[in-house]
Design a protein around this ligand. Sequence first.
Ligand SMILES: [Fe+2]
Length: 199
Amino acid sequence: MQQNTHHTESIRDYPSSVVSSQGYSNPETQFHSIRVALLAEELGRACNLSRDNMLKLKIAAYLHDIGKASIPEFILNKPSKLDDREWVVVKRHSEYGQKLVSQLNTPYCKEASFYVRHHHEHWDGSGYPDRLCRQSIPIISSIISLVDCYEAITELKPYRNRFNHDQAIKIMENDVGTKFDPYISKLFFSVIDDYHSEI
Ligand SMILES: [Fe+2]
């Protein structure tokens, strides 16, 4: 309970222009973004990010999916799996997000927009939009990628049941070294164990 209070206070520290820019019409997407931002902060601390980088991380994590506001709702809310063409459309959200965040007139938003762009890059270069690989992927984007994946796996989706914590960890462990940065993954698994046991 104490942890939740801490998290609520933490989200109030976000720049008001960043919070109000969150124009998601879908409450599920908004809720997801808040959970990603809170967990990303924990992982950012474990990565010993500087104060400036923590601020950029907080903004980028909170707004990482804001580009989805530019994706047709019938695709976002589709009750079954997306087909290939729909996936192409959904994948554009990271570029749309970069544009939207870079236009916010708030300190650190320009830099944060770069991390929004790269939150779906993969360690082995199979991600998007720029197929960056290994150390060319910004650490802040790798943090968001791990946290985003965990939150997405453990959320209930229209087309499948929710995975529990242990199942999510097993799924993610298989993706270390292909999808995820091995070093940051190690820190993530330690942080998420503590985080999960506090809920
Ligand atoms: Fe995303």
